[in-house]
Design a protein around this ligand. Structure first.
Ligand SMILES: [Zn+2]
Length: 257
């Protein structure tokens, strides 16, 4: 007997090669791809009195990204595990071999902040999502309080922002030379501005926190593994929180529905 559901699934597979990958590709295309060197963007103000940025914190576990429930004020089993590990590390001494081993493991589950903004990519004059770590976001925010600048997102009298990404031979890129363009300008013509504001992506909707139960199960597995065996860890730098490229490549594994 023919299973209609199976048949329909097969039919869809054949007619939609790539399937989920195609969705993933479309998802990734919404994001601004940062090249090494200089790129120019215009940060757009939020729509309907919303903030111009969305803030989240991400745990990367088993090569997947999970938004920390604490960003919505909920409990997070991963953060709980992390804090408990640090209590233990401090008790046994963080410079002891065991302490260092545990610290290496704790770093693997630590959350790191991400900030999303709608920007105009000046290469294509299209609206993309800029996703940055705390350091680059801090640099952007500083400009708002700098007497030489102000509200960068002002559509009439704001500033374009120059992102300078230097990789050199370092593990993590450096963004220290990023700054607003010195000249105050309108973002575009009235028509362009209206279109861009309309094309904004739902950055606040990107922050979908992970299910408590799922994280709890992950942490039970994590604890079982880390307690059961002595694993030698590769050293992992804390500055990884600003690893934008790494983040984007891991977006591929971000849970989207
Ligand atoms: Zn958390």
């Amino acid at each position: 007997m023919v299973n209609i559901d199976e048949l329909r699934k097969k039919y869809q597979e054949i007619n939609n090669p790539g399937g989920a990958n195609k969705d993933n590709k479309e998802f990734l295309e919404k994001f601004f791809m940062m090249e090494e060197g200089t790129s120019l963007v215009r940060i757009l103000p939020g729509k309907n009195d919303q903030e111009f940025y969305a803030e989240t914190a991400i745990h990367r576990i088993n090569d997947k990204n999970y938004h920390c429930p604490r960003v919505k004020g909920d409990k997070c089993p991963v953060c709980d595990t992390y804090f408990n590990m640090w209590k233990e590390i401090n008790a046994i001494g963080k410079d002891t071999p065991k302490g260092q081993e545990l610290a290496g493991l704790a770093r693997q589950i630590k959350s790191y902040k991400r900030f999303y903004m709608n920007i105009v990519d000046r290469r294509s004059e299209s609206v993309k999502i800029l996703s940055v770590g705390q350091k680059l976001f801090g640099k952007i925010l500083d400009c708002f309080f700098d007497e030489d600048f102000g509200d960068l997102t002002d559509l009439k009298e704001g500033w374009d922002f120059k992102i300078v990404k230097e990789q050199q031979n370092q593990q993590w890129p450096n963004y220290d030379k990023s700054s607003p363009k010195p000249k105050q300008t309108a973002a575009g013509s009235d028509k362009e501005i209206a279109e861009w504001m309309d094309e904004q992506h739902d950055i606040h909707g990107l922050v979908k926190v992970a299910e408590y139960e799922e994280l709890k199960t992950l942490m039970e597995e994590f604890t079982a593994i880390t307690r059961g065996t002595s694993i030698s860890q590769e050293s992992d730098s804390d500055s990884g929180s600003d690893d934008d490229d790494g983040y984007l490549s891991h977006l591929k594994s971000l849970k989207i529905d």
